[in-house]
Design a protein around this ligand. Sequence first.
Ligand SMILES: C[S@@+](CC[C@H](N)C(=O)[O-])C[C@H]1O[C@@H](n2cnc3c(N)ncnc32)[C@H](O)[C@@H]1O
Length: 319
Amino acid sequence: MTPPAQPKLAAAFAHASDALAIESLHLSSLHLAQALPRPAVVPSEDPSHLSPLLKWAGGKRWLLPVLQPLWNASHRPKKSSLVAAKGFQRRLVEPFCGGLAVALGLNPKQALLNDANPHLIHFYQQVQQGFRLTVPLKNEEAAYYAARERFNQLIKEGIAQDTPEAAEWFYYLNRTGYNGLCRFNKKGLYNVPFGKYRTIGYKTEFSDYQPTLAPWQFASGDFSELAIDANDFVYADPPYDVPFTQYAADGFTWADQVRLAEWLSDLPCPVVASNQATDRILDLYRSLGFEVQTLAAPRRIACTGDRTPAQEMLAVKGL
Ligand SMILES: C[S@@+](CC[C@H](N)C(=O)[O-])C[C@H]1O[C@@H](n2cnc3c(N)ncnc32)[C@H](O)[C@@H]1O
């Protein structure tokens, strides 16, 4: 039996209910949630003004109608805390920032955005510094494979995180490659095939993104290396749990899922986590005291190209 929805999550779902198919929502909680006061601070005026620069598997732009009210609620003044200070805004921390759909959507003044993929983070750092693309941007198979070879050469030479050229190729390969995948072989070389898109809208400079990204801090490493404080708001979107396996294809194992949930549950600030709503993920987050809810996710891209719709879990703590 589905347990009743709890107030914080129900509040978020109530605001988002026009946009999303909400599962297992308890009516009395929903009415209670609608009676809650509006947040005192609404940090982002226009949650959709910048769309992600990259195609990224697992992007959570679709979840913004649910995340925005939770982010807003985290700024509601609390007695005897810094949060009550006028104009206070939390730092958004995303341990798995991926394509930046959530950071660009919530548009915080301060953010700590981390991802284990160093090429991704290097690309964002180059955008912060105002780099321009000078490499040829051709939606052609031969050009794509030549670019992939050049990018892999920079990886082999150990300079893929040092030169803007690598970030240029990374952007080109991401836009031109298959399905927003970012996959590397055992030697760490990029091995995504050509995407066969009819048309691609390449950007050659990112000055429209630079002012937004400039104050944000980017890091590349394991999520557990991040230093979090009480004024942060953490949104964690790890690779999806794959039911019935210990070892996920992308290297994020069941042990990593457990390690993450335990790390999140110990943080001193509001935390929101999303994941595929497998039974064991729901059990894990509930057992650690999170408010847990499920909702229908849009069709998603899996490594296999499978686009089966899935159930998404949202877990909230400290709000
Ligand atoms: C589902 S995606 C995040 C998508 C992102 N929320 C968005 O909207 O685009 C998960 C990300 O986790 C990263 N990742 C995998 N293992 C990690 C780890 N141990 N620590 C930090 N990031 C990791 C992957 O590189 C990937 O970008």
